[in-house]
Design a binder for this molecule. Sequence first.
Ligand SMILES: [Fe+2]
Length: 336
Amino acid sequence: MSETHTLPLPLLTAPAVTAVELTDAERSELVAVAEQLAPEVAAGARIDDPAWLEAARDASALLPRTLLATLRRFRHDAGPDGVLLLRDMPVVANAPLPVTPTVKGSVERIPTIAAAVITTAMLQLGEVVAFRNEKTGALVQNVVPVPGNETSQSNAGSVLLELHIENAFHDNRPDYVGLLCVREDATGDAKLCTSSIRRALPLLSERTRAVLAEPRFLTEPPPSFGSLDSATPAHAVLNGDPQDPNVLVDFSATHPLDDEARAAMAELREAFMATMSALALRVGDLAVVDNRLAVHGRTSFTPAYDGADRWLHRVYAHLDHRRSRVDRADNGAVLG
Ligand SMILES: [Fe+2]
């Protein structure tokens, strides 16, 4: 059922998303907050320990005021692009950055400056969560290219990653996806691509909007979550206010159920391509994607597997913790 798409080069080479840069003083403040969560201070600290997450939640209230205000504004309304780009976030204090991991399922267990920075920022947007069937339920995950996984439509691949809503198949998918660049792609080829439905909607015909708003689509889970048999029930791609809808689609996992739905999905993809932003993340860039308004993907790149490849941390947050309680054992942070 799956189709192969070719993603044309982005029309935009500069980020259209709004970027916020920290001052040196704010950066120092942020390092001080993150250091309180590092094992040098919090002996034996482990990211997935509820006690660490609690400490991180408290610490998140101490982030620099401009950062708090920026996150709060973004939570209120993610703007026309549905993406927030925070620049110059600290990823190390004094220690050198370790080599980029090259193994599948790589995660961060011991809190680092970078892990503390992304977690505290995401905790000001919502509750940080993970999925048991994805990277063993770790809260801070590494997005790195993995040898042998080049063609995978996942964070481990390096071929073009199709535009998608994160975990589109899941009822309790995250509301926000945070991606913090700890090492940039030396070639500059790997670009985070984002497109928002707010930009794309005006390019769609009335008929296409109507078709996309009907339950004429199926989204399959990735293999780690089960087979296509366990796909979500038929769903609409556009939900909510027809003038300002949410979008639910993964162009490598969502399947139209009829020809008209197929044409509508193709038109939507064209509209996303025409309004896409492409950004080669730099060290310290924290991109937060509103997973209800914006799809994301990545251009292809060529990893060297030499320890210096592109390396992102990924953290999810959602807004309504009670809504997912049924999926979270012991009221923890992991859905599964
Ligand atoms: Fe993703």
